[in-house]
Ligand binder design. Sequence first.
Ligand code: VG1
Ligand code: CO
Length: 543
Amino acid sequence: MTIQTVPTTPFSGQRPGTSGLRKKVTEFQQPGYLENFVEAIFLTLGEGDGRTLVIGGDGRYFNREAIQIILRMAAAHGVARVLVGRGGILSTPAVSCVIRKRAAFGGIVLSASHNPGGPDGDFGIKYNIDNGGPAPEKVTEAIFANTQALNAYRISDAGPVDLDQIGATRIEGMVVDIIDPVADYAELMGRLFDFGAIRSLFAGGFRMRFDAMHAVSGPYAKAIIEGQIGAPEGTVVNCLPLEDFGGGHPDPNPVNAADLIAHMNGPDAPDFGAASDGDGDRNMIVGRNLAVTPSDSLAIIAANATVAPGYASGITGIARSMPTSQAADRVAESLGISCFETPTGWKYFGNLMDANLATLCGEESYGTGSHHIREKDGLWAVLFWLNLLAVRKQSVNEIVREHWARFGRNYYSRHDYEAVDASAADGLMAALRAKLPQLAGQTLGSFRVAVADDFEYTDPVDGSLSTRQGIRIAMADGSRIVFRLSGTGTEGATIRLYLERYEADPARHDIDTQEALAELIAIADDVAELHGRTGRASPSVIT
Ligand code: VG1
Ligand code: CO
């Protein structure tokens, strides 16, 4: 075994987006592409003695090849020890959990999350820091700068490691420890939730359907839901992680998890439905004939946090991404705690949780989590809901309705225009920005614009400033229209339009969401010339 220095030249476009570097598999398969990015990570981290790294992925196509390359490069950069999930598998929340529990220096997550996989699908890589969370912007920017200035990378010429055998081997001076991908995570969940109460719930005939969408949460859900809390076998479906997710789109929303929705709306619907995404950090919560809006789920978890043993002493604060609905703000207000509004992407929550300013965090994009780790956590949210259902002994529908009756309902929807021509999307955003100064104070239909700006965030802990995080048009009555461009797509541009309207009156909590938001949808189209500029008559996805 020797360490080689291989000459290389920079690739353009290796700037990490909302959650790491995501590209087509074919782009990652170009000689040197992955190696360059990994070299840039190691250059950014600098050399250090005795470091441990955690490595794992969601099992998608190219996961194993990427891990073998990263292991040989880690050995060439003086890493002391690497913990790898068996089979190369670690969900994103499990990576975060293992980094924290084993006091690792950081971790590398291989995933393109909810993006489709397979030879023609997407791949991704992300670096997480020692708190277990995604690297903050200053680190991802430094990685990007390094990708642009490389002329070589270092790699061991060692042969492949057997990723399927638990135990330790070596590459050069580095120990490679293949670990059980589920154990540490399952142990943590057992400490946060009342598994006894949930077990009794299932013993009483409660029925659930968890759709793992052939992605990474399968083994975790099987071990915890069917194993530890005694749900009958068959509760977890599509539980085998496949390299192409069975050809599906592992994004837990009513469009991509249509099969689960059909079961929950059918004559023999179970009591509770849930799904998770490619890398296990997203969740969808479903009752009979009711898909719970992620923003509502965050608010409901916050309002009921103390039912779970891990949160029995209460929560210190809530944080939500800017486009997420303001339902959680109302709960925070009633609890007398702070609610933080951050840019989109979990990396902005890390500082707030480290400083104990926020216990619970959430995004409208089916992401919810807490300070138990530093990533959003799909199965965690599902277990919280099970704990809640076990304690309150009510249905999902009853819990959601009571929440709305108490706090009011924030009607909410996101409209995605995917794979739009990138210059048309940039043009739309630029035209919107140019209009902002005139919008404030204007009357649009039955709404009066209170604030129109491009969202900026100053991190209250380290003072770092993030600009251009989305255009928001906030109405005087609290309704909002938000526009931003996706930072996770790999084809053209994706325009996201977020819509929100508040309704206090319980007699008006049964309106169809799109109907309730119809006037705002029309205003948004008008203000942004959405249909004219994109050439699309309607969104590609509505959540
Ligand atoms: C999307 C979501 C964002 C989420 C991110 C990563 O980003 O909007 O809320 O944090 O995906 O989630 P964007 O830039 O495409 O809007 V995951 O589960 O893909 O890691
Ligand atoms: Co994900």
